[in-house]
Design a protein around this ligand. Structure first.
Ligand SMILES: N[C@@H](CCC[C@H](N)C(=O)O)C(=O)O
Length: 289
């Protein structure tokens, strides 16, 4: 089975081209591939197929809103094997992979996700580096809640950008305070508020047009970046600043991305890097279930 490995600001993915939808992505297989000791190592898997082929194979119950059968579809899995609705860094890597592999020749096209259509613009790409903007869709306010890290409570705002986030902007949080946080343990959150789990961002207020952020992802743990999380963080930081719209440079452990919030929708521009192509052993794959 062929694979590529790539990352967007060090949120890393195994990309599995599967146009005929033959690969069985059982959670045990996904978590083995993503395991950094016994597998390839990644925060998640991106299966590459057309939306119609995934629906015909029963992977998708129905085509999500705005997604046509002939659109590309990013079938995203977290490293624990769970399915998530959206992955912002994943869409950039997915679009870059399509261009680099020759599967797509256009610079502007739609990537389908379980959260709906996510149009992309590939500003530039070669076999290794890409620069991609993703139209991230509506930003929905879920109300206020809080996260607990190491006994410290962070007030935040619940934000749905296709998947659920709790973005906590705190006046006492600086880049130095952020770097001292222990995110090796899952932060506490209100399961009544987030019955399907949540991605949690701790964010500095906006300074000189930018914020710093760390993130603990549902189904993964701490990651060095989360694209949907940067959109939630930017929206929360703008609101903290008394604004509904604006452009924010979001700095994460793995780099930086530019997020724009306008008309209740987000857009995300940032890099993608494709680092390797290879083959997964059939014997190993079969041994996993
Ligand atoms: N890293 C992703 C988000 C992946 C999904 C998330 N862990 C969830 O379960 O919602 C991103 O770049 O957005």
């Amino acid at each position: 089975m062929d694979f590529s490995k790539g990352h967007g600001t060090q949120n890393d993915f195994v990309v599995l081209p599967d146009l005929d939808v033959r690969i069985d992505l059982e959670p045990a297989r996904v978590s083995a591939v993503c395991d950094r000791q016994r597998g390839l190592g990644a925060d998640g898997i991106l299966r590459v197929a057309r939306a119609g082929a995934l629906a015909d194979a029963g992977v998708l119950g129905a085509l999500p809103d705005g997604v046509a059968a002939e659109d590309w579809f990013m079938d995203y899995r977290n490293s624990d094997g769970s399915i998530a609705e959206m992955c912002g860094n994943g869409v950039r890597v997915f679009a870059h992979y399509l261009k680099a592999s020759g599967l797509e020749s256009k610079d502007e096209f739609v990537v389908g996700s379980r959260a709906g259509a996510r149009p992309v613009v590939v500003h530039g790409s070669d076999a290794t580096h890409g620069d991609v903007t993703v139209a991230m869709g509506p930003i929905k306010d879920l109300g206020t809640s809080s996260a607990t890290i190491d006994g410290r409570v962070f007030a935040g705002v619940g934000i749905d950008v296709g998947n659920p986030h709790l973005a906590c902007v705190d006046e006492h949080v600086t880049a130095e305070v952020l770097s001292a946080l222990d995110l090796s343990v899952s932060p506490g959150f209100d399961p009544g508020f987030f019955p399907h789990g949540v991605n949690i961002e701790i964010v500095t207020p906006i300074h000189d047009g930018g914020v710093h952020m760390r993130v603990h992802e549902r189904g993964v743990g701490e990651t060095r970046s989360c694209g949907t999380g940067t959109v939630a963080a930017a929206a929360a930081a703008l609101r903290y600043d008394g604004r509904d719209e604006g452009s924010v440079l979001v700095r994460v452990l793995g780099g930086e991305v530019q997020v724009t919030v306008e008309g209740g929708k987000g857009s995300l521009r940032g890099p993608s890097v494709l680092v390797a192509n290879g083959t997964i052993s059939d014997a190993w794959w079969q041994s996993l279930v």
